[in-house]
Write a protein that binds this ligand. Structure first.
Ligand code: IPM
Ligand code: MN
Length: 338
């Protein structure tokens, strides 16, 4: 049996609690992990002033995968300037490790708006408005100017679109929807649309659709089952996946994989939700998103069978359980089923 070397970043708030449930379930599924804990996040920054050093990033590069809980200060905590952890840690890892695919699967739980829906959002993860292009002119003066550009390279868009097509081709519905705003963002939108048109010729069995992002928000609420694989840019994907999480049963279920799909280094797996300091330490956090992120990690590491057992257990649990259970009880319940 292969042993996988995993860097674990529990992070802040509920991050460590949900991550330990994910590790509990993976162990119960019989997969051998050698884990190394990394103390990173808001509390580390507050203690040491360090977010993610280049040395630590290099260290992370040496692992097979990274499992992350959540990072971020409590809402209202003004001691950390906005963006410090987001840009300095999460985005530094996404860019530095070339995690160019952000894969977020959604299955509507019973009673949710998206009940019966089963779709995946493929979000480009290293470009767009997240690239950090822009700056200030005459900062702090009445005449100040702030620009924030969107970077879209043919290379970056094409590798994302091709990944999405391959995924759509492997699924039953074989449907890909590009979500953008081509009617207004006529430069980047045109690049995305042409790339989709070009790559589509390689996938004759995949049907292709297009929605503007605003319309996609309506469809996501009114008819989410129309979607199979959505491909979109970084910022649209960020927003749309929060909405998707909300309609599919709550953000407590939403898992994500930040993939270096060309496998030149480790990929990073994390719940879509944040650190939720308000419920930290009270065993109230739903660990299902973290557990599902663990399953995505195992799948990417080739532990397909164990990943399938965990996903099935999570689905079964989510579909059948309505009572409120503690974080540990939910972890135990899933561990007992794998
Ligand atoms: C997410 C988060 C991040 C993002 C933040 C924390 C930088 O919202 O993973 O969706 O905007 O990508
Ligand atoms: Mn987000």
């Amino acid at each position: 049996m292969t042993q996988h070397r995993i860097a674990v970043i529990g992070g802040d708030g509920i991050g460590p609690e949900v991550t330990s449930e994910a590790l509990k379930v993976i162990a119960a599924a019989g997969v051998d992990l050698a884990t190394t804990d990394f103390d990173l996040g808001a509390s580390r920054y507050q203690r040491t002033g360090e977010v993610l050093s280049d040395e630590t990033l290099e260290e992370l590069r040496g692992f097979d995968a990274i499992l992350l809980g959540a990072v971020g200060p409590a809402i209202g905590d003004t001691s950390i300037p906005p963006g410090t952890l987001e840009r300095g840690l999460l985005l530094k890892a996404r860019f530095g490790l070339d995690l160019f695919i952000n894969l977020r699967p959604f299955v509507g739980v019973p009673g949710s708006i998206a009940e019966g829906a089963d779709f995946v959002v493929i979000r480009e993860n290293t470009e767009g408005t997240y690239a950090g292009e822009g700056g200030f002119l005459r900062h702090g003066t009445p005449h100040e100017i702030a620009t924030q550009g969107s970077v879209n390279t043919r290379f970056g868009v094409e590798r994302c679109v091709r990944f999405a097509f391959n995924l759509a081709d492997s699924r039953e519905a074989k449907k890909l929807t590009l979500v953008h705003k081509t009617n207004v963002l006529t430069f980047s939108g045109d690049l995305w649309q042409r790339t989709v048109n070009d790559v589509a010729t390689e996938f004759p069995s995949v049907s292709v659709d297009y929605n503007h992002i605003d319309a996609a928000c309506i469809y996501m609420v009114e008819q989410p089952s129309r979607y199979d694989v959505i491909v979109t840019d970084n910022l649209f994907g960020d927003i749309l996946t929060d909405l998707a999480g909300a309609v599919a049963g709550g953000i407590g279920f939403a898992a994500s994989a930040n993939l270096n799909a060309s496998r030149t280094g480790p990929s990073l797996f994390e719940p879509v939700h944040g650190a939720a300091h308000d419920i930290a330490g009270q065993a109230k956090a739903n660990p299902l998103a973290a557990i599902s992120s663990g399953a995505l990690m195992l799948e990417f590491l080739g532990e397909t069978e164990a990943a399938g057992r965990i996903s099935a257990a999570v689905t079964e649990y989510a579909m059948s359980t309505t009572e409120q259970a503690s974080t540990g009880e939910i972890g135990d319940a899933i561990a007992g089923r794998v």
